[in-house]
Design a protein around this ligand. Sequence first.
Ligand code: G6Q
Length: 550
Amino acid sequence: MSKPTQTQAWPKLQKHFQQIKEQHMQDMFAKDSKRFSNYSLQAGQVFLDYSKNRINQETMKLLFSLARDMDLEPRIQAMFNGEKINFTEHRSVLHIALRNRSNRAIMVDGQDVMPEVNRVLDKMSSFSSRVRQGRWQGWTKKPIKDVVNIGIGGSDLGPKMVTKALSAYAKPGLNIHFVSNVDPAHLENTLATLDQQTTLFIIASKTFTTQETMFNATRAREWFLKGAMDEMHIPAHFVAVSTNTSRVREFGIDPENMFSFWDWVGGRFSLWSAIGLPIALSIGMDSFIELLSGAHEMDEHFRNSPLEQNMPAVMGMLGIWYSDFFKAQTHALLPYSQYLEEFPAYMQQAEMESNGKSVTLDGQQTDYETAPVIWGEPGTNGQHAFFQLLHQGTRLVPCDFIIFARQPNHHPKQHRLLLANYLAQTEAMMTGRTKAQVLKEMQAGKRPGKEISHLLPHRVFPGNRPSNSIMLPELTPKSLGALIALYEHKIFVQGAVWNINSFDQWGVELGKELARVIEPELEDDLEVSSHDPSTNGLINVWKAMSRNKV
Ligand code: G6Q
Protein backbone atom coordinates (compact mmCIF):
# COMPACT_ATOMS: atom_id res chain seq x y z
CA MET A 1 0.00 0.00 0.00
CA SER A 2 1.46 3.34 -1.00
CA LYS A 3 -0.41 5.67 1.34
CA PRO A 4 -2.14 5.06 4.65
CA THR A 5 -5.02 7.20 3.38
CA GLN A 6 -5.71 4.48 0.76
CA THR A 7 -6.20 1.73 3.33
CA GLN A 8 -9.56 0.42 4.44
CA ALA A 9 -8.79 1.42 8.00
CA TRP A 10 -8.21 5.13 7.27
CA PRO A 11 -11.80 6.19 6.42
CA LYS A 12 -13.01 4.07 9.32
CA LEU A 13 -10.67 5.95 11.61
CA GLN A 14 -11.93 9.25 10.22
CA LYS A 15 -15.52 8.25 10.93
CA HIS A 16 -14.58 6.95 14.37
CA PHE A 17 -12.75 10.19 15.11
CA GLN A 18 -15.97 12.16 14.51
CA GLN A 19 -17.73 9.96 17.08
CA ILE A 20 -15.06 10.12 19.75
CA LYS A 21 -13.58 13.59 19.40
CA GLU A 22 -15.95 15.25 21.90
CA GLN A 23 -15.88 12.43 24.45
CA HIS A 24 -14.20 13.26 27.73
CA MET A 25 -11.65 10.80 29.14
CA GLN A 26 -13.24 11.17 32.56
CA ASP A 27 -16.42 9.61 31.17
CA MET A 28 -14.36 6.84 29.60
CA PHE A 29 -12.81 6.08 33.01
CA ALA A 30 -16.26 6.20 34.62
CA LYS A 31 -17.58 3.61 32.14
CA ASP A 32 -14.64 1.21 32.37
CA SER A 33 -13.39 0.27 35.82
CA LYS A 34 -10.53 -1.69 34.23
CA ARG A 35 -9.38 1.13 31.97
CA PHE A 36 -5.99 1.43 33.70
CA SER A 37 -5.16 -2.27 33.33
CA ASN A 38 -6.71 -2.47 29.87
CA TYR A 39 -4.53 0.34 28.61
CA SER A 40 -1.17 -0.29 30.24
CA LEU A 41 1.78 -2.46 29.31
CA GLN A 42 5.03 -3.75 30.75
CA ALA A 43 8.03 -4.40 28.48
CA GLY A 44 11.10 -5.52 30.44
CA GLN A 45 11.71 -2.71 32.92
CA VAL A 46 9.50 -0.18 31.17
CA PHE A 47 5.93 0.37 32.31
CA LEU A 48 3.56 2.37 30.11
CA ASP A 49 0.16 3.68 31.17
CA TYR A 50 -1.66 4.93 28.08
CA SER A 51 -5.13 5.01 29.61
CA LYS A 52 -5.11 8.84 29.71
CA ASN A 53 -5.52 8.99 25.94
CA ARG A 54 -8.60 9.84 23.88
CA ILE A 55 -9.12 6.28 22.77
CA ASN A 56 -11.35 3.28 23.31
CA GLN A 57 -11.15 -0.34 22.18
CA GLU A 58 -12.48 0.53 18.76
CA THR A 59 -9.77 3.19 18.30
CA MET A 60 -7.00 0.73 19.09
CA LYS A 61 -8.55 -1.96 16.91
CA LEU A 62 -8.69 0.41 13.95
CA LEU A 63 -5.19 1.78 14.58
CA PHE A 64 -3.76 -1.75 14.58
CA SER A 65 -5.61 -2.63 11.41
CA LEU A 66 -4.12 0.50 9.81
CA ALA A 67 -0.69 -0.73 10.95
CA ARG A 68 -1.39 -4.15 9.43
CA ASP A 69 -2.74 -2.64 6.21
CA MET A 70 0.60 -0.82 5.95
CA ASP A 71 2.53 -4.07 6.50
CA LEU A 72 4.11 -2.98 9.77
CA GLU A 73 4.90 -6.53 10.90
CA PRO A 74 6.83 -7.64 7.77
CA ARG A 75 8.61 -4.29 7.75
CA ILE A 76 9.83 -4.89 11.32
CA GLN A 77 11.17 -8.29 10.26
CA ALA A 78 12.82 -6.71 7.19
CA MET A 79 14.80 -4.33 9.41
CA PHE A 80 15.88 -7.10 11.79
CA ASN A 81 16.87 -9.30 8.84
CA GLY A 82 19.25 -6.68 7.47
CA GLU A 83 17.25 -5.87 4.32
CA LYS A 84 18.25 -2.59 2.64
CA ILE A 85 15.21 -0.67 3.85
CA ASN A 86 17.05 2.67 3.56
CA PHE A 87 16.66 2.33 -0.18
CA THR A 88 17.55 5.95 -1.14
CA GLU A 89 21.03 5.29 0.24
CA HIS A 90 21.04 1.53 -0.56
CA ARG A 91 21.69 0.67 3.07
CA SER A 92 20.49 -1.73 5.72
CA VAL A 93 19.37 -0.21 9.03
CA LEU A 94 21.05 -2.19 11.73
CA HIS A 95 21.54 -0.26 14.95
CA ILE A 96 19.83 -3.34 16.42
CA ALA A 97 22.94 -5.40 15.43
CA LEU A 98 25.16 -3.15 17.55
CA ARG A 99 23.31 -4.29 20.65
CA ASN A 100 22.49 -7.82 19.55
CA ARG A 101 23.63 -9.45 22.79
CA SER A 102 22.24 -12.80 21.64
CA ASN A 103 24.89 -12.76 18.92
CA ARG A 104 22.51 -14.37 16.42
CA ALA A 105 23.86 -13.94 12.90
CA ILE A 106 22.67 -10.80 11.09
CA MET A 107 23.54 -10.86 7.42
CA VAL A 108 24.38 -7.95 5.13
CA ASP A 109 25.35 -8.82 1.54
CA GLY A 110 25.78 -12.46 2.57
CA GLN A 111 28.06 -11.69 5.53
CA ASP A 112 27.36 -11.91 9.22
CA VAL A 113 28.07 -8.46 10.73
CA MET A 114 28.38 -9.72 14.30
CA PRO A 115 32.10 -10.68 14.32
CA GLU A 116 33.02 -7.12 13.24
CA VAL A 117 30.60 -5.59 15.79
CA ASN A 118 32.21 -7.67 18.55
CA ARG A 119 35.74 -6.85 17.37
CA VAL A 120 35.07 -3.10 17.71
CA LEU A 121 33.42 -3.60 21.11
CA ASP A 122 36.57 -5.43 22.26
CA LYS A 123 38.75 -2.61 20.98
CA MET A 124 36.58 -0.04 22.79
CA SER A 125 36.81 -2.16 25.91
CA SER A 126 40.58 -2.36 25.99
CA PHE A 127 41.03 1.31 25.09
CA SER A 128 38.52 2.58 27.65
CA SER A 129 40.01 0.53 30.47
CA ARG A 130 43.52 1.76 29.62
CA VAL A 131 42.34 5.37 29.77
CA ARG A 132 40.25 4.88 32.89
CA GLN A 133 43.05 3.08 34.73
CA GLY A 134 45.62 5.69 33.76
CA ARG A 135 47.56 3.23 31.59
CA TRP A 136 46.94 5.28 28.43
CA GLN A 137 49.23 8.23 28.99
CA GLY A 138 49.86 11.58 27.40
CA TRP A 139 53.21 12.62 25.98
CA THR A 140 54.52 13.64 29.40
CA LYS A 141 53.44 10.25 30.84
CA LYS A 142 50.55 11.77 32.75
CA PRO A 143 47.14 10.03 32.76
CA ILE A 144 44.23 11.51 30.82
CA LYS A 145 41.96 13.81 32.83
CA ASP A 146 39.80 15.37 30.12
CA VAL A 147 38.24 13.85 27.03
CA VAL A 148 36.88 16.18 24.33
CA ASN A 149 34.48 14.62 21.83
CA ILE A 150 34.41 16.67 18.63
CA GLY A 151 31.39 15.76 16.51
CA ILE A 152 27.99 17.12 15.54
CA GLY A 153 24.41 15.89 15.09
CA GLY A 154 24.31 12.13 15.46
CA SER A 155 28.00 12.11 16.37
CA ASP A 156 27.33 14.36 19.36
CA LEU A 157 23.75 14.30 20.65
CA GLY A 158 23.54 10.61 21.59
CA PRO A 159 26.81 10.25 23.53
CA LYS A 160 26.24 13.66 25.13
CA MET A 161 22.72 12.77 26.28
CA VAL A 162 23.73 9.36 27.68
CA THR A 163 26.92 10.60 29.35
CA LYS A 164 24.90 13.26 31.16
CA ALA A 165 22.05 10.87 31.99
CA LEU A 166 24.47 8.35 33.51
CA SER A 167 26.71 10.86 35.23
CA ALA A 168 26.06 9.11 38.56
CA TYR A 169 28.02 6.15 37.08
CA ALA A 170 30.90 8.28 35.80
CA LYS A 171 34.50 7.78 36.83
CA PRO A 172 35.46 10.67 39.09
CA GLY A 173 38.35 12.71 37.77
CA LEU A 174 37.74 11.89 34.11
CA ASN A 175 35.79 14.77 32.61
CA ILE A 176 34.00 14.33 29.30
CA HIS A 177 33.34 17.42 27.15
CA PHE A 178 31.39 17.75 23.91
CA VAL A 179 32.19 20.29 21.22
CA SER A 180 29.87 20.48 18.23
CA ASN A 181 29.17 24.04 17.14
CA VAL A 182 31.29 25.69 14.43
CA ASP A 183 30.93 28.88 16.49
CA PRO A 184 34.55 29.20 17.73
CA ALA A 185 33.28 30.02 21.20
CA HIS A 186 32.30 26.37 21.76
CA LEU A 187 35.80 24.96 21.30
CA GLU A 188 37.62 27.92 22.84
CA ASN A 189 35.50 27.97 25.99
CA THR A 190 35.94 24.22 26.39
CA LEU A 191 39.71 24.30 25.95
CA ALA A 192 40.19 27.39 28.13
CA THR A 193 40.73 25.42 31.33
CA LEU A 194 42.28 22.26 29.88
CA ASP A 195 45.87 21.10 29.84
CA GLN A 196 47.35 19.71 26.60
CA GLN A 197 49.30 17.08 28.56
CA THR A 198 46.20 15.44 30.01
CA THR A 199 43.60 15.95 27.26
CA LEU A 200 42.42 13.31 24.80
CA PHE A 201 40.42 14.24 21.69
CA ILE A 202 37.91 11.94 20.04
CA ILE A 203 37.18 13.10 16.50
CA ALA A 204 33.77 11.55 15.85
CA SER A 205 32.46 11.71 12.33
CA LYS A 206 30.90 8.96 10.26
CA THR A 207 31.98 10.62 7.00
CA PHE A 208 35.02 12.52 8.34
CA THR A 209 34.06 15.31 5.93
CA THR A 210 31.58 17.31 8.02
CA GLN A 211 32.76 20.92 7.88
CA GLU A 212 32.05 21.87 11.49
CA THR A 213 33.79 18.80 12.89
CA MET A 214 36.79 19.06 10.59
CA PHE A 215 37.28 22.76 11.44
CA ASN A 216 37.02 22.13 15.15
CA ALA A 217 39.33 19.10 14.89
CA THR A 218 41.96 21.11 13.02
CA ARG A 219 41.77 23.92 15.55
CA ALA A 220 42.03 21.41 18.40
CA ARG A 221 45.16 19.95 16.83
CA GLU A 222 46.69 23.46 16.55
CA TRP A 223 45.89 24.09 20.22
CA PHE A 224 47.43 20.76 21.17
CA LEU A 225 50.61 21.37 19.17
CA LYS A 226 51.09 24.75 20.87
CA GLY A 227 51.78 22.77 24.02
CA ALA A 228 53.19 19.50 22.68
CA MET A 229 55.37 21.16 20.00
CA ASP A 230 55.81 17.94 18.05
CA GLU A 231 53.42 15.99 15.81
CA MET A 232 54.88 12.73 17.10
CA HIS A 233 52.77 13.26 20.23
CA ILE A 234 49.49 13.29 18.31
CA PRO A 235 48.78 9.52 18.53
CA ALA A 236 48.59 9.64 22.31
CA HIS A 237 46.06 12.48 22.24
CA PHE A 238 43.86 12.02 19.15
CA VAL A 239 41.65 9.08 18.29
CA ALA A 240 38.95 8.87 15.61
CA VAL A 241 35.55 7.24 15.32
CA SER A 242 34.55 6.93 11.69
CA THR A 243 33.66 4.79 8.69
CA ASN A 244 36.22 6.59 6.51
CA THR A 245 39.74 5.20 7.07
CA SER A 246 41.45 7.17 4.30
CA ARG A 247 40.17 10.54 5.55
CA VAL A 248 41.18 9.64 9.12
CA ARG A 249 44.70 8.86 7.89
CA GLU A 250 44.81 12.10 5.86
CA PHE A 251 43.91 14.07 8.98
CA GLY A 252 46.94 12.58 10.67
CA ILE A 253 45.34 10.02 12.97
CA ASP A 254 46.87 6.55 12.86
CA PRO A 255 44.16 4.05 11.74
CA GLU A 256 45.36 1.96 14.71
CA ASN A 257 43.71 4.65 16.82
CA MET A 258 40.51 4.56 14.82
CA PHE A 259 37.30 2.91 15.98
CA SER A 260 35.19 1.80 13.02
CA PHE A 261 31.53 1.60 12.36
CA TRP A 262 29.57 0.93 9.21
CA ASP A 263 27.31 2.57 6.66
CA TRP A 264 24.33 0.61 8.02
CA VAL A 265 24.48 2.66 11.24
CA GLY A 266 22.55 5.91 10.79
CA GLY A 267 24.09 8.96 12.51
CA ARG A 268 21.11 9.54 14.80
CA PHE A 269 21.07 5.86 15.80
CA SER A 270 24.82 5.56 16.34
CA LEU A 271 25.31 5.93 20.09
CA TRP A 272 25.38 2.12 20.32
CA SER A 273 28.41 1.97 18.02
CA ALA A 274 31.94 3.30 18.58
CA ILE A 275 30.28 6.74 18.54
CA GLY A 276 29.45 5.72 22.12
CA LEU A 277 33.17 5.74 23.03
CA PRO A 278 32.80 8.80 25.32
CA ILE A 279 30.06 6.88 27.16
CA ALA A 280 32.32 3.84 27.60
CA LEU A 281 35.13 6.10 28.84
CA SER A 282 32.83 7.78 31.31
CA ILE A 283 30.90 4.81 32.78
CA GLY A 284 33.20 1.91 31.86
CA MET A 285 32.70 -0.84 29.31
CA ASP A 286 30.68 -3.13 31.60
CA SER A 287 28.08 -0.41 32.03
CA PHE A 288 28.18 0.37 28.30
CA ILE A 289 27.35 -3.29 27.65
CA GLU A 290 24.46 -2.97 30.13
CA LEU A 291 23.16 -0.05 28.06
CA LEU A 292 23.30 -2.30 24.98
CA SER A 293 21.55 -5.13 26.89
CA GLY A 294 18.66 -2.87 27.88
CA ALA A 295 18.20 -1.83 24.26
CA HIS A 296 18.46 -5.47 23.13
CA GLU A 297 15.69 -6.43 25.53
CA MET A 298 13.45 -3.78 23.97
CA ASP A 299 14.49 -4.95 20.48
CA GLU A 300 13.38 -8.47 21.30
CA HIS A 301 10.09 -7.18 22.69
CA PHE A 302 9.53 -5.15 19.51
CA ARG A 303 10.47 -8.01 17.19
CA ASN A 304 8.41 -10.68 18.91
CA SER A 305 5.32 -9.12 20.50
CA PRO A 306 1.98 -8.94 18.75
CA LEU A 307 1.11 -5.34 17.92
CA GLU A 308 -1.56 -5.16 20.62
CA GLN A 309 1.06 -5.82 23.32
CA ASN A 310 3.92 -4.13 21.56
CA MET A 311 4.92 -0.95 23.39
CA PRO A 312 6.65 0.87 20.50
CA ALA A 313 3.71 -0.06 18.23
CA VAL A 314 1.16 1.27 20.74
CA MET A 315 3.06 4.53 21.23
CA GLY A 316 3.67 4.92 17.50
CA MET A 317 0.01 4.40 16.59
CA LEU A 318 -1.16 6.80 19.32
CA GLY A 319 1.16 9.42 17.82
CA ILE A 320 -0.42 8.85 14.41
CA TRP A 321 -3.91 9.15 15.94
CA TYR A 322 -3.06 12.61 17.28
CA SER A 323 -1.04 13.85 14.30
CA ASP A 324 -3.40 12.73 11.56
CA PHE A 325 -6.85 12.81 13.13
CA PHE A 326 -6.68 15.36 15.96
CA LYS A 327 -4.15 17.32 13.84
CA ALA A 328 -1.87 17.90 16.83
CA GLN A 329 1.20 19.69 15.54
CA THR A 330 3.59 19.02 18.38
CA HIS A 331 4.40 16.35 20.94
CA ALA A 332 6.05 17.11 24.29
CA LEU A 333 8.59 14.88 26.05
CA LEU A 334 8.66 15.62 29.76
CA PRO A 335 11.20 13.58 31.71
CA TYR A 336 10.81 14.05 35.45
CA SER A 337 14.52 13.54 35.93
CA GLN A 338 17.22 16.17 35.80
CA TYR A 339 19.57 13.48 34.51
CA LEU A 340 17.44 13.24 31.36
CA GLU A 341 17.87 16.94 30.64
CA GLU A 342 19.18 16.26 27.14
CA PHE A 343 16.65 13.53 26.31
CA PRO A 344 14.10 15.79 24.55
CA ALA A 345 16.82 17.36 22.36
CA TYR A 346 18.15 13.92 21.47
CA MET A 347 14.69 12.62 20.58
CA GLN A 348 13.97 15.79 18.67
CA GLN A 349 16.69 14.88 16.20
CA ALA A 350 15.78 11.20 16.17
CA GLU A 351 12.12 11.81 15.37
CA MET A 352 12.21 14.97 13.30
CA GLU A 353 15.16 13.97 11.11
CA SER A 354 13.70 10.50 10.65
CA ASN A 355 10.06 11.26 10.01
CA GLY A 356 10.07 14.91 8.93
CA LYS A 357 9.37 13.81 5.35
CA SER A 358 6.59 14.45 2.88
CA VAL A 359 7.27 11.96 0.08
CA THR A 360 6.29 8.28 0.21
CA LEU A 361 8.67 5.41 -0.56
CA ASP A 362 7.39 5.38 -4.15
CA GLY A 363 7.95 9.11 -4.57
CA GLN A 364 4.41 10.43 -4.09
CA GLN A 365 3.52 13.52 -2.11
CA THR A 366 1.88 12.58 1.21
CA ASP A 367 -1.72 13.73 1.66
CA TYR A 368 -1.52 13.31 5.43
CA GLU A 369 0.57 14.65 8.29
CA THR A 370 3.88 13.04 9.29
CA ALA A 371 6.18 13.81 12.26
CA PRO A 372 5.04 16.40 14.77
CA VAL A 373 7.44 18.94 16.26
CA ILE A 374 9.12 17.26 19.24
CA TRP A 375 10.04 19.42 22.17
CA GLY A 376 10.23 19.38 25.95
CA GLU A 377 12.11 20.05 29.15
CA PRO A 378 12.53 18.20 32.41
CA GLY A 379 9.81 18.48 35.00
CA THR A 380 9.26 20.21 37.32
CA ASN A 381 11.01 23.13 35.55
CA GLY A 382 8.61 23.05 32.60
CA GLN A 383 5.64 23.40 34.95
CA HIS A 384 6.77 26.90 35.82
CA ALA A 385 7.24 27.84 32.20
CA PHE A 386 5.16 26.37 29.36
CA PHE A 387 2.68 24.09 31.14
CA GLN A 388 0.16 26.95 31.14
CA LEU A 389 -0.32 26.35 27.41
CA LEU A 390 -0.57 22.59 27.91
CA HIS A 391 -3.44 23.07 30.38
CA GLN A 392 -5.36 26.05 29.03
CA GLY A 393 -3.98 26.90 25.57
CA THR A 394 -5.85 26.49 22.29
CA ARG A 395 -3.61 23.70 20.98
CA LEU A 396 -3.75 20.02 21.78
CA VAL A 397 -0.29 18.84 22.82
CA PRO A 398 -0.01 15.11 23.56
CA CYS A 399 2.66 14.59 26.22
CA ASP A 400 4.90 11.77 27.42
CA PHE A 401 5.69 11.95 31.13
CA ILE A 402 8.73 9.86 32.12
CA ILE A 403 9.92 9.05 35.65
CA PHE A 404 12.12 6.62 37.61
CA ALA A 405 10.52 5.09 40.70
CA ARG A 406 13.69 5.07 42.82
CA GLN A 407 16.52 7.52 43.01
CA PRO A 408 19.22 6.00 45.20
CA ASN A 409 21.55 8.34 47.06
CA HIS A 410 19.12 11.21 46.80
CA HIS A 411 16.77 12.79 49.24
CA PRO A 412 13.65 10.52 49.39
CA LYS A 413 11.28 13.32 50.41
CA GLN A 414 12.42 15.44 47.50
CA HIS A 415 12.01 12.51 45.12
CA ARG A 416 8.45 12.02 46.40
CA LEU A 417 7.78 15.65 45.63
CA LEU A 418 9.01 15.12 42.07
CA LEU A 419 6.78 12.06 41.74
CA ALA A 420 3.78 13.91 43.19
CA ASN A 421 4.20 16.59 40.53
CA TYR A 422 4.53 14.02 37.75
CA LEU A 423 1.27 12.40 38.86
CA ALA A 424 -0.54 15.67 39.52
CA GLN A 425 0.19 17.02 36.07
CA THR A 426 -1.14 14.04 34.14
CA GLU A 427 -4.19 13.99 36.41
CA ALA A 428 -4.84 17.69 35.93
CA MET A 429 -4.41 17.42 32.18
CA MET A 430 -6.92 14.60 32.05
CA THR A 431 -9.57 15.74 34.53
CA GLY A 432 -9.30 19.50 34.18
CA ARG A 433 -11.56 21.57 36.45
CA THR A 434 -15.17 22.34 35.58
CA LYS A 435 -17.07 25.58 36.06
CA ALA A 436 -19.15 23.98 38.81
CA GLN A 437 -16.05 22.83 40.70
CA VAL A 438 -14.42 26.25 40.50
CA LEU A 439 -17.61 27.95 41.57
CA LYS A 440 -17.98 25.69 44.61
CA GLU A 441 -14.40 26.27 45.60
CA MET A 442 -14.62 30.02 45.29
CA GLN A 443 -17.90 30.18 47.17
CA ALA A 444 -16.39 28.09 49.95
CA GLY A 445 -13.55 30.62 50.05
CA LYS A 446 -16.20 33.28 50.67
CA ARG A 447 -15.12 35.39 47.70
CA PRO A 448 -17.41 38.31 46.79
CA GLY A 449 -19.93 37.40 44.04
CA LYS A 450 -18.56 40.01 41.63
CA GLU A 451 -15.03 38.65 41.93
CA ILE A 452 -16.30 35.11 41.44
CA SER A 453 -18.08 35.88 38.17
CA HIS A 454 -15.09 37.89 36.99
CA LEU A 455 -12.52 35.16 37.68
CA LEU A 456 -14.61 32.09 36.97
CA PRO A 457 -13.88 31.62 33.23
CA HIS A 458 -10.15 32.09 33.79
CA ARG A 459 -10.00 29.36 36.40
CA VAL A 460 -11.75 26.66 34.39
CA PHE A 461 -9.57 23.89 32.91
CA PRO A 462 -11.12 21.95 30.04
CA GLY A 463 -9.03 18.81 30.75
CA ASN A 464 -9.24 15.92 28.27
CA ARG A 465 -5.60 16.53 27.34
CA PRO A 466 -3.86 13.25 26.51
CA SER A 467 -0.67 11.88 27.98
CA ASN A 468 1.38 8.71 28.25
CA SER A 469 2.96 7.95 31.61
CA ILE A 470 6.20 5.98 31.47
CA MET A 471 7.71 4.60 34.66
CA LEU A 472 10.98 2.70 35.14
CA PRO A 473 12.34 1.33 38.42
CA GLU A 474 15.64 3.22 38.42
CA LEU A 475 17.91 5.15 36.06
CA THR A 476 20.57 2.57 35.19
CA PRO A 477 22.50 1.95 31.97
CA LYS A 478 20.14 -0.94 31.27
CA SER A 479 16.88 0.93 31.81
CA LEU A 480 18.14 3.90 29.82
CA GLY A 481 19.07 1.59 26.93
CA ALA A 482 15.53 0.20 26.93
CA LEU A 483 13.96 3.66 27.06
CA ILE A 484 15.97 4.97 24.10
CA ALA A 485 15.26 1.83 22.06
CA LEU A 486 11.54 2.18 22.84
CA TYR A 487 11.52 5.61 21.21
CA GLU A 488 13.68 4.48 18.28
CA HIS A 489 11.17 1.76 17.49
CA LYS A 490 8.23 4.11 17.95
CA ILE A 491 9.84 6.21 15.22
CA PHE A 492 10.17 3.10 13.06
CA VAL A 493 6.49 2.25 13.52
CA GLN A 494 5.39 5.71 12.46
CA GLY A 495 7.73 5.81 9.45
CA ALA A 496 6.40 2.43 8.29
CA VAL A 497 2.75 3.47 8.60
CA TRP A 498 3.40 6.83 6.92
CA ASN A 499 5.30 4.86 4.25
CA ILE A 500 8.29 7.21 4.31
CA ASN A 501 12.00 6.49 4.51
CA SER A 502 12.88 7.22 8.15
CA PHE A 503 16.56 6.60 7.53
CA ASP A 504 17.76 9.21 5.05
CA GLN A 505 18.12 12.97 5.61
CA TRP A 506 18.22 14.81 2.30
CA GLY A 507 16.69 17.81 4.03
CA VAL A 508 19.94 18.35 5.92
CA GLU A 509 22.02 18.45 2.73
CA LEU A 510 20.73 21.60 1.00
CA GLY A 511 21.81 24.03 3.72
CA LYS A 512 25.28 22.38 3.85
CA GLU A 513 25.66 22.83 0.07
CA LEU A 514 24.59 26.49 0.09
CA ALA A 515 26.90 27.31 3.00
CA ARG A 516 29.80 25.95 0.97
CA VAL A 517 28.92 28.42 -1.82
CA ILE A 518 28.44 31.41 0.49
CA GLU A 519 31.51 31.00 2.69
CA PRO A 520 34.07 32.09 0.02
CA GLU A 521 31.85 35.06 -0.88
CA LEU A 522 32.37 36.41 2.65
CA GLU A 523 36.13 36.70 2.24
CA ASP A 524 36.32 40.05 0.43
CA ASP A 525 34.62 43.47 0.33
CA LEU A 526 32.85 42.98 -3.01
CA GLU A 527 29.10 43.44 -3.14
CA VAL A 528 27.26 40.17 -3.68
CA SER A 529 24.35 39.86 -6.14
CA SER A 530 24.21 36.15 -7.00
CA HIS A 531 21.44 35.16 -4.51
CA ASP A 532 17.88 36.20 -3.85
CA PRO A 533 17.48 39.86 -2.79
CA SER A 534 17.14 39.07 0.92
CA THR A 535 20.27 36.87 1.06
CA ASN A 536 22.25 39.38 -1.05
CA GLY A 537 21.05 42.19 1.22
CA LEU A 538 22.03 40.35 4.39
CA ILE A 539 25.49 39.46 3.05
CA ASN A 540 26.12 43.08 2.09
CA VAL A 541 24.85 44.42 5.44
CA TRP A 542 27.13 41.94 7.19
CA LYS A 543 30.11 43.06 5.10
CA ALA A 544 29.49 46.67 6.13
CA MET A 545 28.75 45.78 9.77
CA SER A 546 31.74 43.54 10.25
CA ARG A 547 33.98 46.33 8.98
CA ASN A 548 32.37 48.83 11.34
CA LYS A 549 30.74 50.72 8.48
CA VAL A 550 27.26 50.52 10.02
C1 G6Q B 1 22.11 11.92 11.59
C2 G6Q B 1 22.51 12.88 10.60
C3 G6Q B 1 23.47 13.94 11.07
C4 G6Q B 1 24.92 13.47 11.17
C5 G6Q B 1 25.82 14.70 11.29
C6 G6Q B 1 27.27 14.35 11.48
O1 G6Q B 1 21.43 10.95 11.35
O2 G6Q B 1 22.96 12.22 9.47
O3 G6Q B 1 23.09 14.50 12.30
O4 G6Q B 1 25.09 12.62 12.25
O5 G6Q B 1 25.65 15.51 10.15
O6 G6Q B 1 27.74 13.58 10.42
P1 G6Q B 1 29.14 12.90 10.50
O7 G6Q B 1 29.13 11.90 11.59
O8 G6Q B 1 29.38 12.27 9.16
O9 G6Q B 1 30.15 13.98 10.80
